[in-house]
Design a protein around this ligand. Structure first.
Ligand code: 13P
Length: 256
């Protein structure tokens, strides 16, 4: 990555894991291991763990994120959480448009865009997920699809707001499968996302935006992935639930 203009960001996405006591235990285990990190460290946790995580991370360098938020400010949306509800708690980040939300909960590029705009308006920093399915890669449309997802997710997002946006490239076929994209594949698509950002906002914004890779990143493969020039960090699922593994990835980002 280009350390002169952007900082590496390692974010854990806990998904639907951990009760409150388990969350506290995991954060307490992570904190001392990452206290000297030379990258940003974020734990994105289930809604029910946010308060616990915020309390446990107080005074540390570990930031807290949610895993989703709704695009409306308030109203009759049973089961949903607004962006403002998160900022009021002190939550700083939110994962949006994760492929599991798209796959199982009917999220579309348009609703992802609405969520991104609502999150930014409320002062949250979105981690916007894009990525192709295996059939897209096999059909040779990865570049077109990821560029399209990126453009729609960022519709009406200003260059100024882009300072608070992180993009995560997560090829769906690599998530939870143990099949990581090769470092070259990850870099190729992250570079493509950066050129899409350049076409939307110009080179300066594109160069300053953090673009993460996610999908079976672990303690063993992180170093190679994070050494790629356009891979500025990681969005980590399974390995973020094990403090030593997560810390090893943080160390790889710090040194890389
Ligand atoms: P895994 O690291 O478990 O493959 O999950 C990646 C992911 O979906 C992070 O958002």
């Amino acid at each position: 990555m280009n350390k002169a203009v952007r900082k590496a960001v390692i974010a854990g996405n806990w998904k639907m894991n951990k009760t409150r006591p388990e969350a506290k235990e995991l954060i307490e285990a992570i904190k001392p291991l990452v206290k000297d990190a030379g990258c940003e460290v974020i734990c994105c946790v289930p809604f029910t763990n946010l308060e616990t995580a915020l309390e446990a991370t107080k005074g540390s360098n570990v930031k807290v994120g949610a895993e989703n938020c709704h695009f409306e400010k308030s109203g009759a949306f049973t089961g949903e959480i607004s962006a403002e509800m998160l900022t009021e708690m002190g939550v700083e980040y939110v994962v949006l448009g994760h492929s599991e939300r798209r796959q199982y909960f009917g999220e579309t590029d348009e609703t992802v865009n609405k969520r991104v705009r609502a999150a930014l308006a409320a002062g949250l920093k979105p981690i916007v997920c894009v990525g192709e399915m295996l059939k897209d890669r096999e059909n040779g449309i990865t570049a077109e699809l990821v560029a399209m997802q990126t453009k729609i997710a960022l519709k009406d997002v200003t260059a100024e707001e882009m300072k608070n946006v992180i993009i995560a490239y997560e090829p769906v076929w690599a998530i939870g499968t143990g099949k990581t994209a090769t470092a070259e594949q990850a870099n190729e698509v992250c570079a493509l996302i950066r050129s899409t950002l350049a076409s939307l906002y110009g080179a300066e914004v594109a160069e300053a935006t953090t673009i993460q890779y996610g999908g079976s990143m672990n303690a063993k493969n992180a170093e190679e992935l994070l050494a790629q020039p356009d891979v500025d960090g990681g969005l980590i699922g399974g390995a973020s639930l094990k403090a030593p593994d997560f810390a090893t990835i943080v160390a790889a980002a710090t040194n890389g």
